[in-house]
Ligand binder design. Sequence first.
Ligand code: ATP
Length: 356
Amino acid sequence: MARVLLKNVTKKFGNVVAVNNLNLEIRDGEFMVLLGPSGCGKSTTLRMIAGLETPTEGEIWIGDQLVNDIDPTKRNVAMVFQSYALYPHMTVFGNIEFPLRMAGVPKQERIKKVKEVAEFLGIADLLNRKPSELSGGQQQRVALARALVREPQVFLLDEPLSNLDAKIRTQMRFELKKLLSYELGITTVYVTHDQVEAMTMADRIAVMNKGILQQVGTPDEIFYKPKNTFVATFVGSPPMNLIEGSIVEKDGKILFETEHFSLQLPSDVPKAEEAILGFRPQHVEVSLAPKEGYVKGNLLGVEKLGVENYGHIGYGRLEIVVRLPEEIRVMRGEIYWKPQGNRIYIFDPKTRRAIY
Ligand code: ATP
C-alpha cells in the first residue's frame, strides 16, 4: 500500500502560512495533481511529503507509516524537480546509477538496473553522453530514469515539464501519464500551475489557493461542479463569467437581474437578494438577430484563439466573454446571447461558495 495521507498539515515560514490545515488522501496508484497559482503552497506540500520540509503541525503517512520523523532517504519516495538537477560532470549512465551507488547496490546489479530503466525510457543510446549534450526532453527522461531506478513507492514531480517548449511539453505530458499511470501504476503527486496539464493528466486534482485546499475531485468534477468562485475561474479558459445581481420571481418566472439586463433562469434556482451568476464562455448561445429570452449586448471585439473565437460583450465596466459560433464573423456591433440553462452556476457573494 503506497497511499499518502496528509492529516491536518500546516506549514509556517515565520509569519507566512504556506499550507493551512491540509487534509488530503492520495490513493494507492493514483495520479494526483496539486494545482494552484504561484505561492499557493503546492511545492511546500510536495516537499513535506518528500521530507525536505517538516510540517509545523499535522501528520504525514506513507503507506502504513507515519513519516514525520523519517529521513527523506528512507521514505521510499522519488522526486523530480523542474530543473532536473542532473550532475553535469557525470554521464547519463553515472547520473542514473548515482542513487543506486548511494544505496550501496553492488556494481553488476547497478549496471543491469540502469540499462533496464534506460531501455524502458528510450534513452539507452544516450548513456555515454553528458547532460549538456542532451535536449530538454532527453534531460527530462534522464531525470525520470534516475528517480525511477530505485523503484520508489511514491513519485513526486514539481512542474517537471515547465522548462520544455510547448510542443515537447504536450508530447511529454502524455508520455509521463502513460508511463506513471498505465505502465507502472505508481502513486504520483504532480505539482503544476497549468490547468491543461492538470486536466489532461490527473485522476484527481487538488486545487489550492493561499495555502488552503479549495476542492479535490476528478477533472470533470472540478470543471463541471466547482465548489467556489476560485475553482470556477481558475480552471477553464477563458475563465468562467461571474456577474453580480439578484434572483427574483416575477410572473411565475425566476429572473436574474442586474442594472444592465434581466435573464430568465431555470425554475429551480433559489431566490437571492444578492447572488453571483456564473457560466462558461463555451456554454452560451449567441445570435446576431434578437431572439426570445436572449440578452442584447454590444460586441466590443473578438479574440481569435486558433479554431475558437471569443467575443467580448460590454455593459459599462462589466464584460462578458462568449464563444462565437463559426458562422458569426462580425468583430463589433449588436449581438444577442443567453447562457445554456443547464450550464449555469450560482454563488453566494459572501462565502463565494456554489449554491446551485
Ligand atoms: P510556485 O508555483 O511559485 O512554486 P507554490 O504554490 O509551489 O508556488 P510554495 O513554494 O509552496 O508555493 O510557497 C508557499 C508560500 O510559502 C509562499 O508564500 C512562499 O513565499 C512561502 N515559502 C515557501 N518556501 C519558503 C521558505 N523556505 N522560507 C520562507 N517562505 C517560504
